[in-house]
Design a protein around this ligand. Structure first.
Ligand code: DGY
Length: 326
């Protein structure tokens, strides 16, 4: 490509104007600023002939798409999770993949706590009841929830976000257990104790899931794990749908096998298991873990900076498959 011909970039979703402004200095852009819903087939046809793709979570970038679009030379996702991208297929074609770690860590950890508190203290459940006009008088035993202060928090996945969740637990004077493939280098600083999976579920009063979604973590939480939990326990998933078996969770919640759940992500989202919608003891949000303006702008800008670095033949800021391409 000659120096004055800009590479062609597909931006699959509406994104902040300042991000488009930055990218348009370096790319010829086709952007979905109307935020139309594209099928996978439409994504594939629009990716044809592009040099670079800027996608988001849930937009499948697989070998079929890469074969159909052999001009694609970089894939950037505006998300920290990249389970929607076949990274091996990209590496095999020498295509770098980038994601957006760090910039969303604190916002997402805040959201874990928002859901944890909503579930444990029945915030969304009691609000729905109040709005429906049921509140006639104060009662001693109205909407009794679970204590957070001084309780045991179990964190599954002790990466950046898990650590940020654990740091917040100090203010609640909690005992923190975690389960992770490897020992966290910062466990002493966090005051966290590594335990095996079953101990985590059996001993925690509240469990937060913060691990990546991989074939190994598919249905990490199912009927067996829910059966290990205390009947007063709560569980929060801010990681990815598919880590919990949603049908098993709905059954456990309906039977009050556990007290409550807070979910931001779902199997097959944006569709939800209808059984979840029928339950009072689950707080539900639409995958908004990173949704603060500064966090989302930070993610989009980091994605854009990776693309600009690629266009200028500079090292990528946050490559996913640098080792495979080395
Ligand atoms: C992420 O960054 O992975 C969030 O879940 C948004 O997709």
């Amino acid at each position: 490509m000659s120096a004055n011909v800009k590479p062609k970039l597909l931006v699959t979703r509406k994104v902040f104007d300042e991000v488009i402004d930055l990218l348009s200095q370096h790319f010829e852009i086709e952007s979905n600023q109307a935020d139309a819903e594209w099928t996978h087939a439409e994504l594939l046809s629009r990716a044809a002939g592009k040099d670079a793709l800027f996608v988001v979570g849930g937009e499948r970038i697989d070998a079929e798409l890469l074969d159909a679009c052999p001009t694609v030379r970089i894939v950037t996702t505006g998300s920290v999770g990249y389970n929607h991208i076949d990274v091996d297929a990209c590496s095999a074609r020498r295509i770098p993949v980038t994601n957006t770690p760090d910039v969303l860590t604190e916002a997402t950890a805040d959201m874990a706590w928002a859901l944890l508190m909503a579930a444990a203290r029945r915030v969304t459940e009691s609000e729905r009841w109040l709005r429906a006009g049921h509140w006639k008088r104060w009662e001693w035993a109205q909407f009794l929830g679970q204590d957070l202060h001084g309780a045991t928090l179990g964190i599954a996945g002790m990466g950046r976000i898990g650590s940020a969740v654990a740091r917040r637990a100090r203010g609640f004077e909690m005992r923190v257990l975690y389960h992770n493939r490897s020992r966290a280098a910062n466990e002493a600083e966090l005051g966290a104790t590594r335990v095996d999976k079953d101990q985590l579920f059996a001993e925690a009063d509240h469990v937060v899931l913060v691990m990546p979604y991989t074939p190994q973590t598919h249905h990490f939480v199912g009927a067996r794990e829910l059966g290990l939990m205390k009947p007063t326990a709560t569980i929060v998933n801010i990681a990815r749908g598919g880590i919990i078996d949603d049908a098993a969770l709905a059954q456990a919640l309906a039977a009050h096998r556990i007290a409550a759940a807070g979910l931001d992500v779902y199997e097959g989202e944006p569709a939800l298991n209808p059984a979840l919608l029928a339950l009072d003891n689950v707080a539900l949000t639409p995958h908004i873990g990173s949704a603060t303006r500064s966090s989302r702008l930070g993610m989009a800008m980091l994605a854009a900076r990776n693309l600009v670095a690629w266009a200028e033949h500079r090292p990528l800021e946050t490559p996913v498959n640098a080792d495979a391409l080395a």
